[in-house]
Design a protein around this ligand. Structure first.
Ligand SMILES: NC(=O)c1ccc[n+]([C@@H]2O[C@H](COP(=O)([O-])OP(=O)(O)OC[C@H]3O[C@@H](n4cnc5c(N)ncnc54)[C@H](O)[C@@H]3O)[C@@H](O)[C@H]2O)c1
Length: 363
């Protein structure tokens, strides 16, 4: 990989206009934001996923299905996935469907591996069966690295690992991607990259056992927020940051496959890797209304203490860089959720947020 920005680092609406895109996980939090962004640029999007994983869900709140072909199906079913993908005749594939929660993976390790590892194998087999695909972005996570509790960020060439089944399944998915790239996609027909994002926050996330949705649920119910690991450090970022990263990566996979078909970290600036306590204090202050938090001292399953991403490669190779600070992201989350509670048009709100993001210059 040449250490110079080969791409502009910005999402190019002209690239996406009329582009046929197959997106798995479109009913989820990140998938809904990705679908809305692709729709605003005029892409022809086919989504494939289970029904929305939460109630409420951004997918319904922002009427995401209205601007795309939405197929409800299971990536553990290779026949259904291949049929949907081949029928969509896509040029670009973005794979986001997953069981994405650490704590759920302790309850259901088999289901987590089936979805996250074999689901990725099924997706890549479907790509092989289709003749139309030129670029594939597989979404994994910062947790795919073997965590050594380092206070510095992991780089893309560091070892895959993962203590819990979720993290480990994503490390396995990365190994699957690497094997498929070398075994089946090395002749240049399909450029296969992967994106490893940080801890994603933003309006429209109602998942359980995730920090920001847990905080918002508690403050909305006038309950104290219970925090399991106040000192844990994570690379927090607004959802539009990695979604932009995946889009820029797809552009690079299309335009310069030989140098971009690799793994890429999309994390925040170093100063936005903050302890949980910092987030909860700021969110409570922004929310007002007497919101308070306390430490939940019950025994908890293992979670890493430090996790940071080194994003030098995406800055240098893709020209991508973070635009919104963590403080800005938290302010936007509170106003997004207040607008939702006030019954605003959340589809319009999401489109406006994407337009704001597009016009913010990288910090
Ligand atoms: N949210 C984060 O902080 C974060 C951070 C890093 C990486 N990621 C990754 O980003 C992706 C999206 O995460 P999210 O936060 O939007 O999660 P989410 O739970 O909101 O969405 C998951 C999506 O996957 C679909 N899905 C789950 N199991 C499926 C199956 N067996 N078949 C078909 N579809 C299935 C769901 O229906 C949903 O559309 C995941 O791959 C996740 O691992 C998330």
């Amino acid at each position: 990989m040449a250490l110079m920005a080969m791409e502009s680092g910005t999402v190019d609406p002209a690239f996406w206009s009329g582009r046929r895109v197959f997106l798995t996980g479109h009913t989820g939090f990140k998938g809904s934001w990705m679908s809305i962004w692709l729709q605003t640029m005029g892409a022809e999007v086919t989504g494939f996923a289970l029904s929305p994983p939460t109630e409420p869900a951004l997918f319904e709140t922002a009427r995401v299905a209205q601007g795309m072909t939405s197929v409800i199906g299971d990536i553990r079913d290779p026949g259904a996935l291949t049929r949907a993908l081949v029928d969509a005749d896509p040029e670009v594939v973005i794979h986001m469907a997953a069981q994405p929660l650490v704590r759920s993976s302790y309850d259901d390790p088999v289901g987590t591996y089936a979805t996250n590892v074999m689901g990725t194998v099924h997706l890549l087999e479907a790509v092989r069966a289709a003749r139309s695909v030129r670029a594939v972005c597989v979404v994994t996570t910062d947790k795919c690295y073997e965590n050594r509790e380092w206070p510095w960020g992991y780089r893309e060439d560091e070892a895959m690992g993962g203590h819990d089944p979720y993290s480990n399944s994503k490390g396995c998915a990365e190994l699957v991607v690497s094997a498929y790239r070398r075994s089946f996609f090395s002749k240049g027909m399909v450029a296969l990259g992967s994106g490893r994002a940080g801890n994603v926050i933003g309006g429209g996330d109602w998942a359980t056992d995730r920090l920001v949705p847990d905080i918002l649920r508690a403050v909305e119910a006038d309950q104290p927020v219970l925090i399991r690991n106040p000192l844990a450090i994570r690379p927090w970022q607004h959802v539009l940051e990695p979604v932009a990263g995946y889009l820029v990566l797809c552009q690079a996979l299309w335009n310069r496959p030989a140098i971009s078909a690799e793994a890429w970290n999309f994390g925040p600036r170093d100063e936005d890797a903050r302890p949980v306590q910092w987030i909860v204090e700021r969110l409570c202050a922004l929310w007002g209304d007497g919101a308070v938090w306390r430490h939940d001292e019950r025994t908890q399953p293992h979670e890493a203490r430090y996790l940071k991403l080194d994003i030098s490669k995406a800055r240098a190779g893709l020209g991508w860089q973070p635009r919104w600070s963590l403080g800005e992201a938290l302010g936007r989350i509170v106003s997004w959720h207040r607008a939702w509670a006030a019954d605003d048009d959340m589809a319009a709100r999401c489109r406006a947020e994407i337009a704001d993001y597009m016009t913010t210059l990288p910090a």
